[in-house]
Every structure is written in C-alpha cells, then in structure tokens.
Design a protein around this ligand. Sequence first.
Ligand SMILES: NC(=O)c1ccc[n+]([C@@H]2O[C@H](COP(=O)([O-])OP(=O)(O)OC[C@H]3O[C@@H](n4cnc5c(N)ncnc54)[C@H](OP(=O)(O)O)[C@@H]3O)[C@@H](O)[C@H]2O)c1
Length: 405
Amino acid sequence: MATTKTLSTAQRLARASVRPLQCLRKGPAYAQRRAISAYGYEQAKALVFQDYGDPPAVLSLHGHSISPPHGDLMTLRFLASPINPADINQIQGVYPSKPTFTTSLSTAKPIAVAGNEGVAEIIALGSKPKEAGFKKGDWVIMNGPGFGTWRTHASARVEDVVRVDDAMRDGISAVQAGTVSINPCTAYRMLRDFVHLKEGEFFIQNGANSGVGRAAIQLGKQWGLKSINVIRSRDDTAAEDKLKKELKDIGADVVITDAELQSQGIKDMVKEWTNGGRAPIRLALNCVNGKAATAMAKLLASEAHFVTYGAMSKQPLTIPASMLIFKDIHFHGFWVSKWAQRHPEDKKKTVADVLDMTRKGTFKDTPFDKIAWEWETKGEELISKVKDTLEGYREGKGVFVFGQT
Ligand SMILES: NC(=O)c1ccc[n+]([C@@H]2O[C@H](COP(=O)([O-])OP(=O)(O)OC[C@H]3O[C@@H](n4cnc5c(N)ncnc54)[C@H](OP(=O)(O)O)[C@@H]3O)[C@@H](O)[C@H]2O)c1
C-alpha cells in the first residue's frame, strides 16, 4: 500500500477530499473558499439527520466528497429543492416513506439526507447513464420520494431520476422544474381521477392557499370548473383580504375562511353561489381534517367524492354516519407517490402538461420564499429557514435555490 510519502499528487488530493469538510475547512486558507473539485472528486454539503425528531434539533449540515462517477453512477448538482410538509414529517419519522440511512457519506453512524423533491443538473456521468441517453448538463427530477434533495451534490443511479427533456425544460426556471412533481401533480390527479366534473361544476377545498390548493384553483379554472376555497382565518383582516384577493386573481370563484365555513349562514351562501343549489358540489379536497373538514363534507351533494390528501391540523377526520348511510358520500385518500409508482408514464405526462401550461403562462408559480444556498452558507442559517416553515400563516413556500456550490 502506498505511504503518504509515496502518494502521487492526485492520490493525495483525492485522500484529502474524502476527509470530512470540517477538517478541510479549519485553516484560514479555506475560510471563504469553495473546496475545489480535484480529479473529479466533488465536494458536497447536505442537510442530514441521524435520528428522527424535531427538524431544528436533529438536522445538521454535513460535508463529504463524491468520487468520480463510473458504471451506473452520475453526479448531480442540485439547482432547487423545496421544503414541503412531507419533508418535515419525514424528518419527524411520521411519514410512511422512509429515507435511506447510510454511512456512505463518510460518517461513522448512518445518516439520511432530508428532502424529497428537487431538480438537479448532471455534472458527470458513468457509462450506463450515457448509454441510457443522459448527458452532462441535463436536468433531472427525482423518480420517487426518499432520495434526499436538500444537498448541493449527490451521486445517483439512472433509476433514481427522470430527465426533464430539453423541450420540456425550455422556458422553465429551476424553481419551477424543482417544484412541479409533487404539488401540481397532486392537484391535477385529484381533480381528474375521482369523479368526472363537467364544465361549470363546483369543487370545494381547504388549505386553498397551499401549493396544492393554488394548483387546484388554477387547473380547475383552465378546465372550466368552479371552486369554493377555504383558508384559515387571519387575525389581521387586511392580510386575510389580501390572501382572498390573491387566490381570486389566480382563478378562485369563492374564498371563505374556516370560520365562515362553520358559520350559521353557510348553507344559504352556498345556495347563492351554486345557482340556488342547482349546481351540486361533487368533489371536496381536504388536507386539513378536524371540524373544518367535517363542515366542508356537509356541503357536498349526495354521492359526491371527498378526497383526503393531507393532515395539516393534526386532527382526525370525523364523519357523521349519516353522510355514509343517507348521502352515500365516497371518502378516498390520495398519495401522489403511490400513484406515480403505479402510473409512471402518466406521471411524466402530468409533469409535462403542467410545465407546458407554466411555459404558456396559464399556470402561475405559487409564491416562493427563495432560500439562497451558497457554498459558504452556514448550517444554522439553512436550519433556521427550515424551522420557519414549521410556523403557519406563511406568505411563500420555502425553496432552497443553489448558487455557487
Ligand atoms: N397526499 C399527497 O400525495 C400530497 C402531495 C402533496 C402535498 N400533500 C399535503 O398537502 C398539504 C399541503 O401541502 P403543500 O406543500 O401544498 O403546503 P404548503 O404550500 O407548504 O402550505 C401549507 C398549508 O397548510 C396550511 N396549514 C399550516 N398549518 C396548518 C394547521 N395547523 N391547520 C390547518 N392548515 C394549516 C397553511 O395554511 P396557513 O397559510 O393558514 O398557515 C397552508 O395552506 C400538506 O398536508 C401536504 O402534506 C399531500
């Protein structure tokens, strides 16, 4: 085995680059400098966790290096990765899809990289990805949950990713590509796959200002559907009015608060909106649960469909038996990950369709809180941004946007 003395320059650099970054970056020479990729070794940083728990308590920024890709591997550089509620649930250990805990990122104990959605560019690739048609500079999104997207770079296999074709990518920003595969797809499928709504028919939804909610409003509008949208009340009425207007501007027909939904006069109001009750509400989309979800179900027509896809209030969904016995409301659950696993081709088409609408300007971005992640960005800064997303009443969805990494 070669001793340190007999190592070639390349070998020494390669060895140095597999040391944890904390060691590499102690000296002043490294203070503000991106660790340079030497001989194909890529320096990476990732938000990781060793144990499940409260994200601010368990997350840390970990540095490691990635060897040059060979065989079926490719090296990715992330461009944009959102912070979705499911990512938080996954770190807390309460999400059904578990991340991979591994020591392959140069740690003694297994760690997992947080984040499930994002877009990355291929910066180097082995022979198998080349044979599969991938090339340097291609953009890819994740093929399923659990990959770990809150990181600057990653090593991936062909089956981990789906390429964003050049035609699909045309005119699309990294943030748009990095946020297309979960929320818009969820809204799209829920509006399409449970009941056939004809033009002019209504659906009702809560969490209407969420990423999924805003996507449902816009897609519904394009398909000629009308929407009744429930948001949480704000203490500040000006902020509440501003949010109602924001949703109307992207196509919401009616926006009410959860307090208005549960008020005495709601049935009369619904009659007024639905042409004296002649336009039945046949679909409800629920990501909240609790009393406000039950109140929403009460507004549905007989044999309507009620789709639950989230649990933001952390309350159970309570359904009076009469809704099942006499109104025959059909209650469903929807999980886009499972749907995508079963329908990979439809997933690609759905993504392509949404990106097409985005390119044409008929599908607008959800408001984003772009969190710049540069090589020098401190772990505390990134983790405090993740912490912020745990608070409700936010004006934009947090998205890591990677700069000079
Ligand atoms: N099943 C699936 O396949 C699937 C796919 C995508 C998303 N989801 C789920 O859909 C939901 C929305 O996700 P997203 O990424 O679109 O959300 P988002 O853009 O991050 O927005 C969060 C939404 O949750 C609301 N919220 C926060 N805390 C709440 C509470 N305690 N009670 C009621 N509402 C609360 C917020 O309302 P305020 O502004 O009032 O705080 C906001 O509307 C989440 O539950 C997520 O897990 C499910």
